[in-house]
Structures are given as structure tokens and as C-alpha cells.
Design a binder for this molecule. Structure first.
Ligand code: ATP
Ligand code: MG
Length: 467
């Protein structure tokens, strides 16, 4: 492992909580009687973040995320334990911190950038760029107290990232910006990453954590429950927030075990997102024979975090993707047909069976799926012990990237309509990069480009088909 940028050793933070505001004063003036309760917002946190890495922080409201960031930034001191930080930190903490509401945006830019270590001259040199990034128009010369929360974050983020920080810490803030601004922020975060900066940020947006982070931590009641790959952390976090209260402790125990088995994330698990590479326009032409030859099965490409919901009368077995000629594959060639298939074994008598599938991106975005009732077939009523093979034929109109599949079976068991079996991320596949393809985004719209050369003489107008 490389150099460590942030290191926490057994860090705990205790807040005193008073039932009545006056008790705080009474405790100072009349020592002897304790009028407060202790509240541990951080419990024995140990964590090392290598330089140049991006760490995401997730957890429910009140789990200690902001407290953790503030102890790293130094605006809170830990009750016990050690925090060590190497490099210049620039932080965007909760709304309101750092900016003086009575001053104008312009004054705050100077004030803050200097606090972050820039000289007057350096701020002047970067001023135009900061203002251009924030893009808040005339509000720059209005007092900050008149800003909307979005404007506030625009300016605060522009300043925080303009100082070339070694370490950038962002607490939630970005979620208040509009979409266009968020994209601009991502681009800037990526630039900081490329320059070798270390980044730590809190977000409730699973997509952001998965797309931007190398690893993530999961905070729960002041405890660092899990330090793992972003995908695994987000999955466990989502599982926890949807768990009924009586199952939370058992789930936490399961997550702690996972954390002990593997306390540092393996970077190779971060799968590449879509990576366009070629600028040529062309659509590959290949028949099914060639498809079968180019699509293949890679043993290593397995979902690492399949979630099986508790079985309520059926099991989903052996989910896989086949070519139309029956070859098992998970590295697909785009624009061809495939069959997603799984076997359902019924453990209870059931009726009105529906089987479903769903394709998602790595960040969980639902791209498409289907749920089909087979009641007109032999699945109107099934006996325990019945096994059926379900097949979904689909055309893979997806751009290169990695995708995940769900599977689910619903029906009536003992008079209730319910899921009999449901699995999340039960299979995955990759759509291979085609040299000749230049499609962008997720879905392949089978775009056929053409251009028109606009000339003065009408006969000269030409339409050029680019394919
Ligand atoms: N100054 C304080 N005095 C007393 N308790 C505090 C103080 N600051 C935070 N807490 C408590 O510590 C716990 C953790 O708070 P923290 O702000 O770190 O949570 P969080 O994970 O950032 O939550 P959110 O998602 O809502 O931002 C909360 O229960 C909160 O009430
Ligand atoms: Mg917070």
C-alpha cells in the first residue's frame, strides 16, 4: 500500500446532551451534580486511507458521518484516539460553515481562500476561475445570507476546490446543487483524483458512491461497520435501511463479520464503467455464428454480492445467459440476441405464477426487464417438487459496460400473493468493447448518423451517410 493520507486510531467522540438548555449553564456554575447524558457519536474508529484514493461515507441520519469528517478536518477534537492527516485539507462541511453570512460572496471568496492557505495574490489570480465555476451572476456582490442553498454550495465548492487541495472533504453538500452543477462538480472531483488528490465524501446517492469512489465506509450508530468496495458497502447499506427493526442487529453482526474477513478493499473489484474509445462511425455486422464465436464465458465475472431474499416457497437455481445456439456466455457482443434463463424449484404448492427479470447498471439504475405470467401454461397450479426452466429472450441493445441481473418469482401461496423467490444481482454480464463503435451512454439506440454539407448552390447540397 502507498503513503497514508488519513489515519484514525481508536477515535471516539462523546457529546454531552442536556435535557434542558439551562442545564448546560447550571452544570458549569454549580459543579458537582451531573445534568447531562453522555452520547457516543463515534466509537473506536480505526481507519487508514491511502493517498490518492477516494473514500465514500454512507450511513443513516445521525450515524456519525459529519462528526467523523469534522474530527478529520479538525473542527472537532476526538474524546480519545488519534487523528493524523498528511497534506493540505480543503473541506466543504455542512451548509453555513466557513462563510460569513453578512459578507458578500466576493468578500467570502477572499476570506475563505486565504483561510485555506492561498495568498492575496493567489486568490486574485484564481478569482475569475472561481467565479466562472460558481456561475451565480450578480449575486456575487450580495451578502451571502440572501443566497439560496444551491448558490451557496456553488460558491463554497468553487472555493474549496480552487486551492488545489491534497485532501478534499465534502459533506453531503453536492446534493443541493442542480444536475448541471453536479456534473461540473463530478468533473472537478475527477480532475482532483487524476492529480493524485485524496477525497472523502458523504453521500446518500448510491450512484455517486459507486461511480466516484475507490472504497467506502458504512457508519452505523457511531460504529464503522464496514470498510469495503463501494458496491458492497452500498448494497449492505441499502439492505440495512430496508430491514425491519428486529432484524437490524443480526444484519449488523453479519456485516461486522464480512468486515473482519476482509478489512481492506481489493481495488481490482472496482469494475470499469462504460469506456468509449473509438471515434469511427460504423455498426458491426456479424451473424449468429460469429456472435457465438466472439461471446464467451469468463469464470471470474461473477457478482460478489448476490442478495437472496428469504424463500417463500420456491428457489431460483442456476441463472445464466445463453446464446440462441445454447452456449453459456457472460461476455456479450452487443446488438445480438441472448437468452437469460433460470430454473425455479417449487417447495410449496403455488398458483398464478409470474416470473420476472431485470437488468441494471453497476450503480443500480434499472434499465429494463419483464415479468410474465405463465398461468396459461402448465404453471396455473404447481405442486411442491416441480422444477421449471424459465427463459427470457432479449436483444442486447446496451453499450459496452458491466450489467447486473435480478430474478424473481411471484404467485399465490397459501392464499397470499407474494414473492416466492427473489434474487438481486444474481448474475452479471459484460458487453464487450467494439473497436468500431462510438456509441455513448448506456443504451444503444442503433444511431445512424448522417451529415449535410450546406453549400450556396443547391445542387451542391450533399447528404453523407456515415455508415
Ligand atoms: N454538538 C453536538 N452535541 C450533541 N450531540 C451531537 C452534536 N453533534 C452531533 N451530535 C449527535 O451525534 C450523532 C451523529 O451526528 P452526525 O451529525 O455526525 O450524524 P450524520 O451521520 O452526519 O447524520 P446526517 O445524515 O443527518 O447528516 C447524532 O445523534 C447527533 O444528534
Ligand atoms: Mg451529517
Amino acid at each position: 500500500m502507498g503513503e497514508i493520507a488519513i489515519s484514525l486510531k481508536n477515535v471516539s467522540k462523546c457529546f454531552k446532551r442536556y435535557r434542558h438548555p439551562a442545564d448546560r449553564l447550571k452544570e458549569i456554575l454549580l459543579p458537582g451534580k451531573v445534568r447531562s447524558d453522555e452520547f457516543w457519536a463515534l466509537r473506536d474508529i480505526s481507519l487508514e486511507l491511502p493517498k490518492g484514493k477516494t473514500l465514500g461515507v454512507v450511513g443513516r441520519n445521525g450515524s456519525g458521518k459529519s462528526t467523523l469528517l469534522q474530527t478529520i478536518v479538525g473542527t472537532l477534537s476526538p474524546t480519545s484516539g488519534e487523528v493524523e492527516v498528511k497534506g493540505r485539507i480543503s473541506a466543504l462541511l455542512e451548509l453555513g460553515s466557513g462563510f460569513n453570512p453578512e459578507f458578500t460572496g466576493r468578500q467570502n471568496v477572499f476570506f475563505n481562500a486565504q483561510l485555506l492557505g492561498l495568498s492575496q495574490q493567489e486568490v486574485e489570480n484564481r478569482f475569475d476561475e472561481i467565479v466562472a465555476f460558481a456561475d451565480i451572476g450578480d449575486f456575487l456582490d450580495q451578502p451571502v445570507k440572501t443566497y439560496s442553498s444551491g448558490m451557496f454550495v456553488r460558491l463554497a465548492f468553487a472555493v474549496a476546490t480552487s486551492v488545489d487541495p491534497d485532501i478534499l472533504i465534502v459533506d453531503e453538500a453536492l446534493s443541493v446543487g442542480d444536475e448541471a452543477f453536479q456534473r461540473k462538480c463530478f468533473a472537478r472531483i475527477e480532475t482532483i483524483q487524476e492529480r493524485g488528490g485524496t477525497i472523502l465524501f458523504v453521500s446518500h446517492a448510491a450512484t455517486m458512491i459507486i461511480e466516484l469512489c475507490d472504497s467506502a465506509i458504512f457508519m452505523h450508530d457511531g460504529e464503522l461497520l464496514l470498510y469495503h468496495t463501494p458496491k458492497i458497502v452500498v448494497d449492505k447499506y441499502q439492505k440495512l435501511i430496508y430491514s425491519p427493526p428486529h432484524k437490524v442487529e443480526a444484519l449488523c453482526e453479519e456485516i461486522r463479520k464480512l468486515n473482519q474477513e476482509k478489512d481492506l478493499p481489493d481495488e481490482t473489484e472496482k469494475l470499469p464503467l462504460f469506456t468509449p474509445n473509438s471515434s469511427e462511425f460504423a455498426i458491426p455486422s456479424s451473424g449468429p455464428v460469429e456472435q457465438a464465436a466472439r461471446a464467451y464465458y469468463d469464470e471470474e465475472l461473477q457478482p460478489s454480492n448476490t442478495l437472496h431474499y428469504e424463500s417463500r416457497g420456491a428457489k431460483i437455481i442456476d441463472p445464466q445467459i445463453l446464446t440462441p445456439t445454447g452456449k453459456k456466455v457472460n461476455n456479450l457482443v452487443g446488438r445480438h440476441e441472448y437468452i437469460y434463463t433460470y430454473t425455479v424449484e417449487f417447495l410449496e404448492a403455488a398458483s398464478q405464477i409470474r416470473c420476472g427479470m431485470l437488468v441494471k447498471t453497476i450503480s443500480g439504475l434499472e434499465l429494463g426487464g419483464a415479468s410474465h405470467s405463465f398461468s396459461e401454461h402448465s404453471l396455473q397450479n404447481v405442486e411442491p417438487g416441480t422444477k421449471v426452466v424459465v427463459k427470457f429472450r432479449f436483444k442486447c441493445l446496451l453499450n459496452p459496460g458491466v450489467y447486473f441481473l435480478n430474478a424473481g418469482v411471484s404467485g399465490i401461496v397459501k392464499g397470499d400473493f407474494t414473492y416466492l423467490a427473489r434474487c438481486i444481482d444474481v448474475a452479471m454480464f459484460r458487453v464487450q468493447q467494439e473497436q468500431s463503435l462510438s456509441a455513448t451512454g448506456i443504451v444503444d439506440l442503433l444511431v445512424k448518423p448522417s451529415v449535410m454539407v450546406d453549400a450556396e448552390v443547391p445542387e451542391m447540397v450533399k447528404e453523407i451517410e456515415l455508415i
